[in-house]
Design a protein around this ligand. Structure first.
Ligand code: PMP
Length: 289
């Protein structure tokens, strides 16, 4: 029988069945906490330093003190990956506000909880990577950064979930969210790029996006391939008239887009530049193995 997976909770590796947290945890009661999703290639967490940096920044932004140093948290992630014998997989790193009273006050939660899950992952079927997926632009706007910055990767993902529901109801697995000005922001769990005149275009941070780590990796690959990248505001017009389009994120990696709002993009097939970037991305993650 396969060995049961183990989950890291506050310093201990506990069997999955026993990995439980209190119903008084404000992570559950209010979505009060932060998280990261990290890929594991060849047993090694990919871009761990960047993910940890973002996690600590998210925590700082919500006045949450992660109860361990970066170095120790990195070691805990590696320990959990090893304990579960994950070669190619995914880590979910969560820091909740911890247990408190039935009120919002975070000061009533004396100890944040650190949870690390290491598991396998398949987000999309291989067919999407070969043929591209269909997107739809949805009515749910990306939350205004003045209300809650999308840079905070918090446990409250309802804004994205509402958009995901809109997308699923329209028959699409991913949805494009616009910001409150009507410009393209991002998808519910991925950043978006288009190709225009051989150059990459992607919304800037000021469009109210989570600045993705995979987005950064795409930019690095593009720079190596001497493909220019422009961070500019985009409208639906830019999407509809794009030569190519693709999404990127830790879980999705790089996935080509074939259709947006029923309109074929680049003839409805993954574009040349997208496929080149995807091939380089796969080489990069293979080398990390
Ligand atoms: N935008 C949102 C809303 C996300 O949830 C994610 C996934 N974390 C991304 C973009 C992509 O970010 P990353 O490449 O860092 O996973």
């Amino acid at each position: 029988m396969a060995e049961e997976s183990k989950v890291y909770i506050d310093g201990d590796l506990v069997p999955k069945r026993e990995a439980k947290i209190s119903v008084y945890d404000h992570g559950l009661l209010y979505g009060d906490g932060v998280f990261e999703g990290i890929r594991v290639y060849g047993g090694r967490p990919f871009r761990l330093a960047e993910h940890l940096e973002r996690l600590y920044r998210s925590a700082q932004a919500i006045w949450l003190k992660i109860p361990m140093e970066t170095r120790c948290l990195a070691a805990a992630v590696r320990r959990t990956v090893k304990a579960n014998r994950i070669r190619d997989g995914y880590v979910r790193l969560v820091v909740t506000r911890g247990c408190g009273t039935l009120g919002l006050d975070p000061n009533k939660c004396p100890r944040p909880s650190v949870i690390i899950i290491a598991d396998t992952i398949t987000l999309y079927p291989e067919e999407y990577y070969r043929n591209g997926l269909a997107l739809v632009t949805v009515n749910t706007p990306r939350i205004n950064p003045a209300a809650l910055s999308p840079q905070i990767k918090s446990l409250n993902y309802l804004n994205n979930i509402m958009a995901k529901i809109d997308g699923l109801n329209a028959g699409c697995v991913e949805a494009v969210m616009l910001n409150s000005q009507g410009y393209v922001a991002e998808c519910t769990g991925d950043n978006i790029f288009i190709v225009r005149s051989g150059r990459l275009r992607t919304p800037p941070e000021s469009a109210g996006i989570l600045v993705g780590i995979t987005r950064q990796v795409v930019m690095e690959i593009a720079s190596r391939l001497r493909i220019r990248v422009e961070e500019v505001d985009m409208t639906k017009y830019d999407l509809y008239t794009a030569e190519e389009c693709f999404l990127c994120g830790t879980a999705a990696e790089i996935v080509p887009v074939a259709k947006i709002d029923g309109r074929a993009i680049g003839g409805g097939r993954p574009g040349k530049i997208t496929l080149k970037l995807l091939a380089h991305f796969r080489r990069l993650t293979k080398a990390a193995r």
